[in-house]
Design a protein around this ligand. Structure first.
Ligand code: ZN
Length: 294
């Protein structure tokens, strides 16, 4: 057999191994089926994510800011969505990463290398990229060219950062990962100035017994840390709740309602933030009370 054929067979084997991970067909292969036509949510906030992973674009007037960089393997889609929204991806000056998981950092290095975009991430996850790269799950992307990076700025708790003249206030909300950030900022639109709130990671996949035992958190302390984070930001004023994954605020359902009746913006809802954080608290308490999880 030729060396060429041996190399091909190895590639085929590696693909089979990758596809045998049940996450792959659902979340990582053929991501184009999840393309969402971008839309203006409110004021200068646009949705440029897909039907599973959110990406928000904010036109500060002095450069574009992205909240998250999409899934690994979905960068072409993200670039297309930015163009389709009427913006030039080369004007993305900053990316705030909600947390350091593979489904949110996908386009980060592309934007840095291509356009000089500056990358921001909560400090604990920025440090984990160096010391615990496995927490990012980048090993699951199926693409050996994907790599982690040193951020331009590690975000600390209670930090304010100015992006293009807009003030962003950050809280660290460890739980889903150690470096989940919440961020709050004002958005001007046709119904006045509204306070946007973003909670950067809600999933319980990293709070499961098997996961925590494996990484050495045998007392499952991260669950209480998560509850404390929810409590910390529960009473922030939020009138525009931005999701990390579409499931958090039924992004696509609200999009349809907005498109049917633009006079009533379903993304403006001052109860949703508190209701969703309380829902996650109650779900987490259930998980913590489950004997199979202890
Ligand atoms: Zn995550």
């Amino acid at each position: 057999m030729s060396k060429l054929r041996i190399a091909y067979d190895r590639y085929e084997q590696e693909r089979k191994r990758w596809f045998s991970n049940p996450m792959v067909p659902t979340y990582f292969s053929n991501q184009e089926r999840r393309y969402v036509h971008p839309f203006q949510m409110y004021g200068n906030v646009w949705y440029v994510g897909d039907s599973w992973v959110c990406v928000h674009l904010i036109d500060t007037g002095n450069g574009l800011l992205l909240i998250d960089a999409g899934n690994c393997g979905a960068t072409a889609m993200l670039v297309n969505a930015i163009w389709e929204a009427g913006f030039n991806p080369a004007n993305v000056r900053w990316i705030i990463l909600s947390h350091g998981h593979l489904d949110h950092i996908g386009g980060a290095l592309f934007f840095r290398r291509m356009f000089g975009t500056k990358l921001y991430l909560g400090r604990p996850d920025a440090e984990d990229f160096q010391h615990h790269p496995e927490f990012s799950a980048i090993q699951d992307t199926g693409n050996l060219a994907d790599e982690l990076f040193v951020v331009d700025h590690a975000i600390d708790d209670k930090e304010h950062i100015d992006f293009g003249g807009m003030d962003f206030f950050f809280r660290l909300c460890p739980g889903h990962t150690a470096g989940v950030i919440a961020t709050f900022f004002d958005v001007k639109g046709n119904e006045g100035v509204k306070r946007a709130g973003y909670y950067g990671g809600f999933g319980f996949n990293t709070l499961q017994k098997a996961y925590l035992d494996d990484i050495g958190d045998v007392k499952h302390a991260m669950r209480q840390t998560y509850l404390d984070s929810l409590r910390k930001v529960r009473d922030e004023k939020v009138e525009l709740f931005l999701a990390n994954h579409c499931i958090n605020n039924d992004t696509l359902g609200r999009m349809e309602r907005l498109q049917k009746d633009p006079s009533r913006n379903p993304f403006l809802d001052d109860k949703l933030w508190g209701e969703y954080l309380d829902f996650k608290r109650d779900e987490l308490l259930k998980l913590m009370a489950d004997p199979a999880q202890n």
